[in-house]
Design a protein around this ligand. Structure first.
Ligand SMILES: *Cc1c(COP(=O)(O)O)cnc(C)c1O
Length: 426
């Protein structure tokens, strides 16, 4: 199946008991055992089935199969938010004293997790000077357990050279983890370029309507955990928290997701509600169509802003003179994302005036919604950072981040135009 078809059909046919065509919402906490022996077999993982929704749920399982298929992965685990997905993915392969090496251009909360939270749990994160593979490689040492990047950085808009980053990570025996939230598997499938683990905030383009938080971890199933037991003993040694289970023996290539589920989701519980899984699945059915329109509207809006004398700069990888243009051609098939940033002439104050004058375009911190949205990162998502850290993360004081929605493009441009006009008038 092509991705447009997978988005509608993967992971579900009709409900085996009721023949329901839409994915049923299994709003249940627990599942009955046929007998004590059946219960024991489920707990021993000898038979497949559900026990308790914190560990697995049939509606959530459809979402997991669908996104795994879209990303070309082996298995997936859905959780309550993108941040939970990132946290679990990292915790699952690190222990006290481990480090990660990350590109500097990150989503604000991910930066906070990496710079402030993980170090207090004994896992440090080394931020490279840039997203270039050689800048990453310089920071890798014996205690490194993963390389991390966003395929398309939010809000920086940089596009990572995934093949280069995967090569560097694999040369040092560690996996590449990619946050693919901005690109979506419609524009880019990181696993095809060597990524081992893909994470998503499903809250954004995948769900697509700004109604539902969710996250997912997808495993390619190709990282050799068993051969790398020196670095990743957690997959190969008996787990005392799960009756001495050895993940690579029992789950083989699916060890990563299995451990994430039976250790982190089971014990710390960032569970996605089945109703949320249903809403996200509804959204995913149209993700290919929506992304197509987002991309087209994004291009038209970028061209409008670039032509406008009141705009100082526009950062849009679709322009041939963008430093990321070649990477946009290679990794996004020339379809630059609809997330773009620009600066108004007149700096911070002018930008603020423009921002306040928007009418159709909402002022908020979200993206990937069908609605056009604008955000001022320096005062919101990235305000925890110093100005220096902001600059490294690709954030400038006068920068406006625009999520170009799927409204009629002339209405979006009309709103930008009237706000630019209002900015100039007194
Ligand atoms: C929004 C976002 C997240 C966090 O996702 P939530 O679902 O809000 O927790 C992580 N990474 C990126 C790139 C994001 O845009």
């Amino acid at each position: 199946m092509r991705r447009e078809t997978m988005a509608i059909h993967s992971g579900y046919d009709v409900d085996p008991t009721t023949k329901a065509v839409a994915v049923p919402i299994y709003q249940t906490v627990a599942y009955a055992f046929d007998s004590a022996d059946h219960g024991a077999a489920l707990f021993n993982l000898e038979v497949e089935g559900f026990r308790y929704t914190r560990i697995g749920n049939p509606t959530n399982a459809v979402l997991e199969r669908r996104v795994a298929a879209l990303e070309g992965g082996l298995e997936a685990l859905c959780v309550s938010s993108g941040q939970a997905a990132l946290t679990y993915a990292v915790l699952n392969l690190t222990e006290l004293g481990s480090n990660l090496v990350s590109v500097p251009q990150l989503y604000g909360t991910t930066h906070t997790l990496f710079a402030h939270l993980l170090p207090r749990q004994g896992v440090t994160v080394r931020f490279a000077e840039s997203d270039q593979p050689d800048a990453i490689e310089k920071l890798i040492d014996d205690q490194t357990r993963a390389v991390f990047c966003e395929s398309v950085g939010n809000p920086a808009g940089n596009i990572c050279d995934l093949e280069g980053l995967a090569r560097v990570a694999h040369r040092h025996g560690v996996p590449l983890i990619v946050d693919n939230t901005v690109a979506t598997p419609i524009l880019l499938r990181p696993i095809e370029y060597g990524a081992d683990i893909v994470v998503h905030s499903l809250t954004k383009f995948m769900g697509g309507h700004g109604t539902t938080l969710g996250g997912i971890i997808v495993d390619s199933g190709t990282f050799p955990w068993r051969e790398r037991a020196d670095k990743f003993p957690m997959f190969s040694r008996p787990d005392p928290s799960y009756h001495e289970l050895v993940y690579v023996d029992h789950f083989k290539a699916a060890a990563f997701i299995a451990r994430c589920r039976s250790v982190y989701l089971r014990t710390t519980g960032a569970v996605l509600s089945p109703l949320s899984a249903f809403l996200l699945l509804q959204g995913i059915e149209t993700v290919a169509l929506r992304v197509e329109r987002h991309v087209e509207n994004g291009r038209r809006v970028a061209e409008f802003l670039r032509r406008d004398r009141r705009v100082e700069w526009v950062n849009y990888p679709g322009f041939p003179d963008s430093p990321y243009h070649a990477l946009a051609q290679k990794y996004l098939g020339g379809r630059a994302c609809s997330l773009l940033t620009f600066g108004i002439k007149g700096g911070f104050e002018a930008s603020k005036k423009f921002y306040d004058a928007l009418k159709l375009i909402k002022r908020l911190v979200n993206m990937g919604d069908a609605k056009s949205l604008a955000c001022h990162p320096a005062s919101t998502t990235h305000r925890q950072m110093s100005v220096d850290q902001q600059r490294q993360a690709g954030v400038r004081p006068e920068m406006i981040r625009l999520n170009v929605g799927i409204e009629h493009v002339e209405d979006i441009i009309g709103d930008l135009d009237q706000a630019l006009e209002a900015m100039e008038s007194d």
